[in-house]
Design a protein around this ligand. Structure first.
Ligand code: ATP
Ligand code: MG
Length: 576
């Protein structure tokens, strides 16, 4: 490609909403254009990198026996009603009607469609395992689209789905995909960590996220400073609380006035007591049924853990009206003592072993002191439903301490079990001729987000530093005096030589100043720059700059092509 005729333009200004380096750099390097909030066009440079990431994904999946398909983006509501997700997926799902009034949505993920595709073909156990994947645009009406391609509304995802005869086979498929993901992200040139993750609304009980470590990441990861435990904070477990040796005497129940004080901070300041001595009492609606959840005042309820523990399809904090109707008071004054009605009470492990709690009195403007477990209230179950926090003991080795890191979730793998196959009757006949639901797994990679995360980790103040395997172009030839025939001929020769050697190369043949070309080359981040100036060409030399190390090497014109062909092809698989 000759840049003089290429459809690209670097930009100096940065849009206000571009807050993180990858978004700023992609914008400045002319890689993406925003069409509407969270909806982007991919310009040539971005698409080249995306295609390379997709090719890496294809190679790693095909070699593990996966087969590529392409499903529609517009999905009929019927399938989503069969799985039950039409009503619970919420506002992320973009729904619309066709001219006949039938309901549709834009596909945010394809468990329903693939399950339907498979049930139409699956007959016998002998056909399995199957693993089908696609690379396709997804649509999710994100509440806060931001950070460019990191959190778009329309984005490219690779989604794969495995079908197996039983749990053991399904877990093997899961393991295989875990290995594929490890290979894929290694080849993309990012530093990442696979962490335990919550399954969320997709379902299932085993999941890992692949997190690229970056300070701009939206996810919080807790990892042990001693063993290899690492988990998304949504999933991280807290060590079981030991029963307290606390010998403090149990005080007598006492109601105190706390006019207008609803939050733990307000009441704790008002009563002069530490937040850890408060029993936080929250009313949730789990599949529309209210439950009271208790937790120590210095801890927060982790709703994904709570939802998983309750096995609920939908969970939300109850509205004021629901709390008023069931408890007879407003949030802020709710507590487990003398609770009206027959509402279920669940408690976090932090509620064990502490005495003399302060808690809501189920009356406006009043709290209770000295509320005690067993004597004054009795939860139905104790569960691990708190957010773990940095500084907590490691739940695995118990000798290490959890540390906090930020990460960008580029991929996630889920073991689903039979959630979809049962709901949608996707079954096969086993060896005894008995019908069995297929065991499923699903596996996603955000392709655009992976590209953005690669930039987030590989850049400096001058621009992008592409790892060779995903670089839009691997090399740029920079003739500095384009009107000097010797320079431009030498440049064209090297450009053609590299192209013929199979290198992705561009030549910056624009009639621009050297400084301008250098800046652009650094910004776009070609792994190799081949600089040709009048003086060096007349002495038969080129200067080669390696973007990542900044190293500059002079080499004879005639050896440039072979030297760089070797250097680049050695790095294409991303192992070095
Ligand atoms: P997040 O928690 O970031 O919203 P998710 O867990 O809902 O993502 P998955 O359903 O696991 O996402 O989707 C698979 C992959 O698709 C994610 O790991 C991520 O890389 C990518 N992805 C998800 N949502 C977006 C988005 N809005 N923009 C870009 N990529 C996305
Ligand atoms: Mg995810």
């Amino acid at each position: 490609m000759h840049l003089s005729h290429s459809f690209y333009r670097t930009l100096k200004e940065i849009p206000k909403d571009a807050q993180i380096p990858s978004h700023q750099l992609m914008f400045r390097a002319g890689m993406i254009q925003q069409l509407a909030s969270g909806i982007y066009s991919y310009l040539p440079l971005a698409l080249r990198s995306i295609r390379k990431i997709e090719d890496i994904i294809r190679e790693e999946l095909n070699t593990r026996g996966c087969e590529e398909v392409l499903m529609p983006a517009v999905l009929p509501a019927e399938l989503w009603k069969e799985s039950g997700r039409w009503d619970i997926y919420g506002d992320l799902l973009l729904r619309f009607k066709d001219r006949k009034g039938n309901d549709y949505c834009m596909g945010p993920t394809h468990e329903e469609v693939i399950t339907d595709m498979v049930r139409r073909n699956l007959r016998s156990w002998k056909q399995l395992p199957w693993n089908l994947y696609q690379i396709q645009g997804k649509f999710r009406d994100e509440f806060r689209p931001r950070f460019g391609l990191m959190r778009g509304r329309e984005f490219i995802m690779k989604d794969a789905y495995s079908f197996d005869v039983d749990e053991e086979a399904a877990k093997k498929s899961y393991q295989l995909m875990y290995e594929a993901y490890t290979a894929i992200f290694k080849r993309c040139g990012v530093r990442f960590r696979a962490v335990d993750a919550a399954s969320g609304e997709i379902g299932g009980d085993m999941s890992h996220e692949f997190q690229v470590l970056a300070s701009s990441g939206e996810d919080l990861i807790l990892s042990c400073n001693t063993c290899d435990y690492a988990a998304n904070i949504e999933k991280a477990t807290t060590p079981r609380q030991v029963q307290s040796q606390d010998s403090t005497e149990l005080g007598a129940l006492e109601t105190v006035d706390t006019p207008g004080k609803k939050t733990i901070e307000d009441v704790s300041a008002f009563l002069g007591a530490a937040p850890s001595s408060f029993l936080k009492s929250l009313v949730y609606e789990a599949d529309s049924v209210p439950v009271l959840v208790l937790i120590a005042g210095d801890r927060d309820v982790n709703e994904s853990k709570l939802q998983a523990a309750l096995g609920a399809s939908a969970l939300r904090l109850a509205t004021d009206a629901v709390v008023q109707e069931n408890i007879g008071t407003l949030p802020g004054y709710v507590g487990p003592v003398n609770l009206p009605g027959d509402i279920r009470i669940l408690a976090d492990l932090s509620v064990q072993g502490v005495v003399n709690w302060i808690t809501g009195a189920n009356q406006p403007d009043k709290h209770i002191r000295n509320a005690n477990l067993e004597r004054d209230f009795k939860p139905e179950r104790f569960l691990d439903i708190a957010f773990a926090a940095p500084g907590d003991a490691c739940p695995r080795c118990e000798s290490g301490i959890l540390e906090e890191h930020r990460g960008i979730e580029v991929g996630q793998v889920f073991y689903l079990g039979t959630k979809y196959s049962q709901a949608m009757d996707c079954s096969y006949l086993d060896e005894n001729g008995k019908s069995q639901p297929a065991e499923m797994g699903c596996y996603g990679i955000g392709v655009g987000r992976t590209m953005a995360a690669t930039i987030e980790q590989n850049h400096d103040e001058n621009g992008i530093i592409w790892p060779v395997p995903v670089a839009p172009y691997e090399a740029v030839v920079l003739p500095l005096q384009i009107n000097d025939d010797a320079v431009s001929n030498a440049a064209e020769d090297i450009y053609t030589g590299l192209k013929d050697a199979g290198i992705d190369v561009v030549i910056d043949d624009r009639d621009e100043r050297a400084g301008f070309k250098f800046k652009d080359a650094d910004l776009i981040g070609y792994p190799v720059q081949i600089v040709l100036g009048g003086r060096s060409v007349s002495s038969g030399k080129a200067e080669v700059k390696y973007r990542a190390s900044g190293e500059k090497v002079e080499m004879p014109l005639e050896s440039v092509v072979e030297t760089l062909r070797t250097w680049i092809t050695d790095r294409r698989r991303g192992d070095s």
